[in-house]
Design a protein around this ligand. Structure first.
Ligand code: NAD
Length: 248
């Protein structure tokens, strides 16, 4: 049983909250979210350090900026499962988070989120010569009003994260697992005609050529239909203590 705190509790957070309660993984010690209405839940609009002191695991499902503001208080008291991975495109922040992990002996869990196979990308990190990712999302999801299919960005992943922090967490996760934010190549396409978030990932190394296509219904939202399921699987791997099979 873990004592779990939530930072942000919208689409992903609420799927996880329901799952944690159904599976009996632990006690929800607080949910910090200035806007959400969740009757019967311990929602706090702005949590004090005393709330974080009670947690063993913080589940972040807010935004990269919110995560950055809270990183000291989180890692001082708890391990972290975080969904706003674009935060790590800020090299100074990434280094600071590493320092805090070492100082307090904390773990940061990086979920596979909207895609599959971060573990495999990480396993091959020494052999990839090229890693690229093309994301096509509805213009609405990207906060744009394009009338036709438009390439809105092509270049290093670091800048993609700066421009579209809420939309390219997948790019950030691949960069982190693989060859880094400056060598990973990102392309973002805004298409007013699509209702899915689609990602094509290509990894090339000597004698290795991998392509993955992932498409998930999103209806203009930032988060597609697959991610809440994937998020629940990630928290299973962190919290499950029962005997049986496990994918690693
Ligand atoms: N890693 C991935 O593959 C992946 C996939 C999809 C989304 N994401 C990211 O995960 C995060 C959550 O996504 P979502 O679809 O659940 O978003 P959402 O918009 O449904 O929920 C975000 C929640 O954060 C809350 N929030 C806003 N400001 C806050 C603050 N200052 N403190 C605490 N909470 C605050 C909002 O009220 C909202 O309830 C986003 O950053 C999103 O970009 C990651």
């Amino acid at each position: 049983m873990k004592k779990i705190g939530f930072l942000g509790c919208g689409k992903i957070g609420q799927a996880l909250l329901k799952h944690v309660k159904e599976e009996g993984y632990g006690e929800i010690v607080f949910i910090e979210d200035p806007y959400v209405e969740l009757s019967g839940e311990p929602v706090i609009r702005k949590a004090e350090e005393s709330a974080y002191e009670k947690a063993e695991l913080i589940v972040e499902c807010a935004t990269a900026d919110v995560l950055k503001e809270h990183i000291d208080i989180i890692l001082k008291h708890a391990d972290l499962l975080m969904f706003s991975v674009t935060a790590f495109s800020d090299a100074e922040f990434a280094q600071y988070a590493d320092t805090l992990c070492r100082k307090y002996n904390r773990r940061i869990f990086l979920p596979h989120g909207a895609i599959l196979g971060l573990d495999g990308i990480f396993d091959g990190r020494k052999v990839w010569k090229e890693v690229s990712i093309i994301t096509t999302k509805s213009s609405k999801s990207l906060g744009r009003e394009d009338k036709e299919r438009t390439v809105v960005y092509e270049g290093p992943t670091r800048e993609a994260c700066r421009l579209y922090p809420r939309n390219v967490n997948v790019h950030a996760a691949i960069a982190l697992a693989g060859i880094g934010f400056d060598k990973t190549h990102s392309k973002i396409i805004s298409d007013p005609a699509v209702s899915t978030n689609a990602h094509t990932i290509q990894l090339k190394g000597d004698g290795i050529n991998i392509t993955m296509n992932i498409e998930s219904f999103a209806a203009g939202a930032v988060t597609g239909a697959y991610t809440p399921h994937s998020a629940c699987g990630s928290i299973d791997r962190i919290c499950k203590e029962t005997a049986g099979k496990m994918f690693v």
